[in-house]
Design a protein around this ligand. Sequence first.
Ligand SMILES: Nc1nc2c(c(=O)[nH]1)N[C@H]1C(S)=C(S)[C@@H](COP(=O)(O)OP(=O)(O)OC[C@H]3O[C@@H](n4cnc5c(N)ncnc54)[C@H](O)[C@@H]3O)O[C@H]1N2
Ligand code: MOO
Length: 408
Amino acid sequence: MTTDFPTRIAYAEARDIVDRVAAARRMPVQRLPLSRAHAHVLAQDLVATLAIPGFDNAAMDGFALRHADLSTEGEAILQLQGEQFAGAPAAPGIAAGGCVRITTGAPLPAGADTVLMKEHARVEGDRVHVLQPPAAGQHVRRMGEDVRPGDGLLQAGEVLTPSRVALAASQGLPELDVVRRPTVAVFTTGDELIEPGMPLADGQLYNSNREQLVGLLRADGLDPVAWPTLPDDPAQVESALRHAGEAFDLILTCGGVSAGEKDYLPALLQRRGRVHFWKTRMKPGMPALFADGGTLGPALFLCLPGNPVSVLATYHAFARPLLDGLQGRAPRSSWRARLASPWDKRHERLEFLRGRLSPGDDGTLQVEPNPADGSHRMRAAADSDVLIVLEEGARHYPPGTVVTVLPY
Ligand SMILES: Nc1nc2c(c(=O)[nH]1)N[C@H]1C(S)=C(S)[C@@H](COP(=O)(O)OP(=O)(O)OC[C@H]3O[C@@H](n4cnc5c(N)ncnc54)[C@H](O)[C@@H]3O)O[C@H]1N2
Ligand code: MOO
């Protein structure tokens, strides 16, 4: 069969296509209050306007003093001249030989340069005995030592972790420009599928991929909508996908994308959509198909194979990079580990094995491949915590080989 789209391509080629399409379909920017901006991809650079700390202040509860007053031989005794609490403007100043009671975060009174911890002092009336003299400048947090005005703080493309949202809050910003998250519709397909909780007849099995996909998407900060399972009926498949294709940014399907008599998705997307690629030289997940919706609507369609482990692998191989690209997310870090056991591939294709990560005796990460490598072996996926990426080409992997791992 001749096709007008790439097929049986290398994973790197498929990823290039995904990345290119995603970049051309970047999601719009929206301004959100901080409390709703969490976990979004930032769409602006953030430059500091405020110094943090905004003023010299105490790092400990105790007494603000002038270090020069401690230079006498023997135990210094200072005159208590007042109090300085957090939230009040800095006290006017300390006279020679004096000190001011101060709490953590309170501005340092003019002239003071050091804080004596409460535990290192003994107070008798208005006299403060210095039991353990602090070093010059000790327990003082200097204005601007963390952030200076003009510093670059955050960059577009970074994910807003709680610490980053907090950093924006510390600059007094009530809102941030973030990338709108893609809306995602999830479809499972196949007459054999039954929802958990319903009785199972001969030849049927429970739908496990829906929960898997919804969980993967939620863990990536998305809010997917799972549609009822599509029956193996081309008219119903077309109708449902057309409705979803008009309403969502991305349609994720699983099953019905291979060569079976009831695999209707490839023909439908060739007829009504524009296929970017179908079939990649990888295992599992070979039949995955990626397309523009065309007359099915403006959505992108990523059709994953039905086998549960293929869903896991293709989510990481294609869906996550696509979602990252649509949101302009900065590249994720790549993790590597040493194979704890040898592995021989039975083919040259790129392979995503399941494995369990553990710290090795020498402190480097080790990964133990799970021998149950069939794409229906869900239990092996549940017993594991990473996908092990074995590149296309090489087949023999001795123990100790450094491999890329994708944690899940
Ligand atoms: N002649 C060929 N046969 C197959 C090929 C091929 O190239 N030529 N590819 C094989 C590969 S590789 C895969 S992967 C599967 C993928 O097929 P489909 O995407 O069409 O998926 P289905 O046939 O619908 O389902 C496969 C398998 O997964 C089970 N399944 C489906 N959905 C769910 C779900 N939601 N929850 C749990 N399990 C599900 C389904 O019952 C099947 O057992 O095709 C090979 N065949
Ligand atoms: O490539 Mo299919 O996704 O293994 O069983």
